[in-house]
Write a protein that binds this ligand. Sequence first.
Ligand code: SF4
Ligand code: SF4
Length: 383
Amino acid sequence: MLIPMLTRKSKNIPLELPRLGYGMMRLPTLEGSKIIDREKALPLVDRAMEAGINYFDTAYTYHGGDSEVFLGEALPGRYERDSYYLATKMPGSGLGSREKMEATFAQQMERLKTDYVDFYLLHAATREKFPYLDEVHEYFCELKTSGKIRYMGFSFHDWPENLEFMVDNYSWDFVMIQHNYVEDKSGRSGEMVEILKARGLPVFIMEPTRGGYLVNPPYEAASLLDEVRGDRSYASLAFRWLKEIDNVQLILSGMTTREILEENIATFEDETPQSEGEKAAIEKAVALFEEKNAVPCTDCRYCMPCPFGVQIPKIFEIYNWKKVHDEKTFRVIRSYFSFLKDGERGSDCQNCGACVKECPQRIAIPEELEKIDRFFVELRDEG
Ligand code: SF4
Ligand code: SF4
């Protein structure tokens, strides 16, 4: 039986898009690789389709390219082409050369086994990509005119001033930004929602739980949220907060397991609006989240691999776990010094800077690594 998923149309995109889209960058993988575990991932796609989550967001680079290949196996031939929406992204490496952009797009169509993409985005637009925008925009417009893409946009990881530049100088159908209740003010993402609203541009959301940070709140914030959440999960509070924003057409979630998928389906089928108590608790909890906020890493892994073997996101994960949950000292020391091998820790960073320009969170990675390594060494020596 088909279960209706809440949908939303916009003036620019008058399609019944589900409010929840499926992000294809965190699918289950085969042990020790980026290759998607088909046996586990295919039933997830089928369940999503059954529930009305028929928007799939991938990118040239997700799962080292296997995400697009997987979608090409999971959807065409198994579902009618007009029963789902495909979204993918032009990588930064294709920019600056028309031939390279054309070859990249052709490869994406081949991987996805389709002759058109519903939503095509410039991936992770930051000011470093501005020199290529004339060319990229012209190419996207041509793709749209020829029917190879239906709607064009960009995913954005920069400051509001640069967002204004992007939308005031080029025409787009939609924009994807990182937005959640913790980054609303501190990451200035709320300002970006307003900028896009003023220009009539629908907003698509990524990182709704800030890479999982809002799913496991620090103890103090959790206590506050527990007073209002009933049997809802912490993640569902984050989605409910976003669902209330009127120019947010679609919210992406990278659902790795059936459990997360089912929980999200329930959240998005629930039409009960946020209560005043819920809004107030979230507003108060933000300060507590920020107080504990160690390194704002979302585990997107754009910085990887480090040419020197440093396990950047893993180091941030161990450090954040210690800071946010006040994890037992011996456990984090063991994680840092035993689970991470020689050559993989913060002290092994050669300060080459390669990771910094890839990080959408604008984290000063080498500085943070140095600080964290010092922190763990001191912790171990004290113990
Ligand atoms: S700056 Fe350090 S962590 Fe970043 S890529 Fe270079 S060596 Fe690796
Ligand atoms: S450090 Fe930055 S690029 Fe690397 S995983 Fe974290 S957020 Fe992503």
